[in-house]
Design a protein around this ligand. Structure first.
Ligand SMILES: [Mg+2]
Length: 212
């Protein structure tokens, strides 16, 4: 598949809509272990990103410009910890596809993997610490493994979604070692990490952006 700028603009618009739909659920999850603002941050960040990206001229802009514009808008809209994490993820996606006019399946998997690595490096988190990395790291590994197995992009992203959903589910049994929720100890057991939950929403929407 050849992914043009217009398709990426549509993807960001779909992500913004998904975050608006899931805002309350994400805030409720965050309320259990944090300050109940995660859904607000994700909705604010991706609506700002989608708006800025939609304003780009699809003829004179390349995919890197789309990701970089999304990153900058996300960062200025979000003060919470997810701001720099997703801004880094989107900048890394832009860098991964630098110089390309449109993206192939492999390019998109490269961008996806770069997002996951960016989040992990910026947050200095490892899997098992009850963070969004518990969804992103297995998702990126699954996408890459499917791509190396010769699967088309939609199948790679579907594999990523399944891995992200399992990873997010697994955070319920984890104790947090990073951030505010680490002070709550065992009390967070039984609750899904909100950052992992929003990662699943995001990956689900990215996967659906390329299935038609
Ligand atoms: Mg919060």
């Amino acid at each position: 598949m050849q992914i043009e700028v217009v398709r990426l603009q549509d993807m960001f618009s779909a992500i913004a809509q998904a975050m608006a739909r899931e805002k309350e659920r994400l805030c409720e999850l965050d309320g259990v272990i944090g300050d109940a603002d995660h859904g607000i941050a994700m909705e604010l960040g991706f609506s700002a990103a989608a708006k800025a990206v939609a304003a780009l001229d699809p003829v004179s802009s390349d995919p890197t410009a789309v990701f970089n514009t999304a990153a900058k808008s996300f960062l200025s809209a979000v003060g919470a910890s997810s701001g720099p994490l997703y801004a880094t993820a989107l900048m890394r996606a832009g860098a991964a596809v630098k110089g390309k006019i449109s993206l192939t399946d492999n390019d998109m998997v490269d961008a996806f993997e770069a997002m996951a690595k960016g989040i992990q490096e910026r947050g200095k988190a490892e899997p098992g610490e009850k963070t969004m990395v518990d969804a992103w790291a297995p998702a990126a590994a699954a996408a890459r493994s499917a791509q190396l197995g010769g699967k088309p992009l939609v199948a790679c992203l579907k594999a990523a979604l399944d891995a992200a959903a399992s990873g997010a589910e697994a955070t319920k049994e984890m104790v947090a070692t990073k951030g505010r929720s680490s002070r709550l100890g065992d009390r967070v057991i039984g609750h899904m990490d909100p950052g992992a939950a929003s990662a699943v929403v995001l990956i689900d929407t990215i996967a659906h952006s390329f299935d038609a």
